[in-house]
Design a binder for this molecule. Sequence first.
Ligand code: TXA
Ligand code: MG
Length: 340
Amino acid sequence: MELKTRHLTPEEIDEAAQILREGMVVAFPTETVYGLGANALDPEAVKSIFRAKGRPQDNPLIIHLAIAQQVEGFVQEVPPQALLLMERFWPGPLTLVLKKTEQVPDIVTAGLDTVAVRVPDHPVALELLRLTGFPLAAPSANRSGRPSPTRAEHVLADLGGLIPAVLDGGETGWGLESTVLDCTVTPFRLLRPGGVTLEELRDLVPVLYQAEGDGTGTEAPRSPGMKYQHYAPEAKVYLVTGDGAATKIKELSEPYRKRGEGVGVMTWDERAELYPSLTVLPMGPEGNFAALAHNLFHLLRQADILGLKVLFIEGVSEDNLGLAIMNRLRKAADQREIKM
Ligand code: TXA
Ligand code: MG
């Protein structure tokens, strides 16, 4: 059914809360990306999230809370090291996977015996959680497989006509989704790198991280979401890393250019002049990972708006926020990674 999606301002937050109370979904801003929220304790409401996103039912959702104390009731126990992380990083872009209680509906966790929880660090999200009084189950508010939305206009582009409302809090801060950490195993295991970095986590607790697709493991993915394609623009994406990247990109782009097809390159501002005949999507000042993270999904969406046939992306180093950035870029490139 085609709906008229309302575009609400933060002054209209009461209306967003009312829509949620009525068992419907609302897209709302967090400090990472926009989420598509519904009452986590109402299985029918949560079902609408999967429907609107076109999300596979076996991919569980994160429960968003107003305050850390609210985890009581939803999780069986909080290991002392997880408590340490909550105290340090909440509210903030860190999602903890813990053993769930029966209070959490199966549809939220896709039948798993664990639940992902976080307290978002965004005034609008926190106010919405306080107004409704219930926790919000929320995945990123994009159609499944598309880049996560960092602006209300991205949500409308993907879900306009499919959801009752988006609450517009402007551009999100981090621009990448939260770090997901499995706290049900020892040592804790990083399932998805994000705003809270591996280095920051390891300052406090031991954390295991095995990059996806590094060829060392045959284990099934622990985070169901990891197996799905993500962040893919229509354009074919190549991730090119190393010193010879510019030469390689020019070489690979030639056949497309000859056919008159749109070719884009995502590169640091200072390197734009290396590509006079390509459409440059600027990543920001060289080495500024925070600026790149903030703009990354917007740039991927720009590739489609510009109608690019192919997009080359220069890889970045994988320390700190770079790990989360490269994780998203690899998914956008769907294995097309060239190391020079
Ligand atoms: O920053 C964020 O995390 C955003 C905002 C809206 O909070 N949300 C978000 O949700 O990115 P989503 O659904 O797009 O990604 C959640 C990830 C998925 O990879 C999912 O498989 C994983 O967390 N996940 C959720 N519950 C899990 C669980 N119980 N065990 C393991 N992984 C889980
Ligand atoms: Mg997502």
